[in-house]
Design a protein around this ligand. Structure first.
Ligand code: AMP
Ligand code: ZN
Length: 118
């Protein structure tokens, strides 16, 4: 069953169309939209439409939803022309990872070579 809407959450409001964003993909399970402050030429956020604060908030019953988000990332990457040049998918979960918005989101980044540092 889909998680509830949280009326205090900015990403819930984006998924419901209550605040504007540049949506690139949406279906009954997920919404994808451009990040307001892009870190790469392509920087898109993919979120579940229901409110999960982070991966720790997910359960076995959510496995198909989480897989669906990754498949959406690959599909959107192809549509945005970075399917072959390459892309990165990131989840920042919790304080050490620098999570700032507490509605689970996957960053899809590409369009330039990236280094890997933590
Ligand atoms: P994180 O640090 O992983 O929690 O990332 C949160 C991301 O959400 C940042 O990259 C922000 O630029 C982005 N962001 C915050 N508010 C909005 C918004 N209203 N529309 C699009 N992106 C947003
Ligand atoms: Zn939310």
């Amino acid at each position: 069953m889909m998680k509830a809407y949280d009326s205090n959450c900015i990403f819930c409001k984006i998924a419901q169309g209550e605040i504007p964003s540049e949506i690139v993909y949406q279906d009954e399970k997920v919404t994808a939209f451009y990040d307001l402050s892009p870190k790469a030429p392509v920087h898109i956020l993919i979120i579940p439409n229901g409110h999960y604060t982070d991966l720790n908030d997910c359960r076995e019953e959510d496995a198909a939803l989480l897989g669906h988000i990754l498949l959406a990332a690959a599909k959107i990457a192809g549509e945005k022309g970075i399917g072959e040049t390459g892309y990165r998918v990131i989840v920042n979960d919790g304080p050490d990872a620098g999570q700032t918005v507490f509605h689970l989101h996957y960053h899809l980044l590409g369009g330039r070579p990236m280094t890997f540092s933590v």
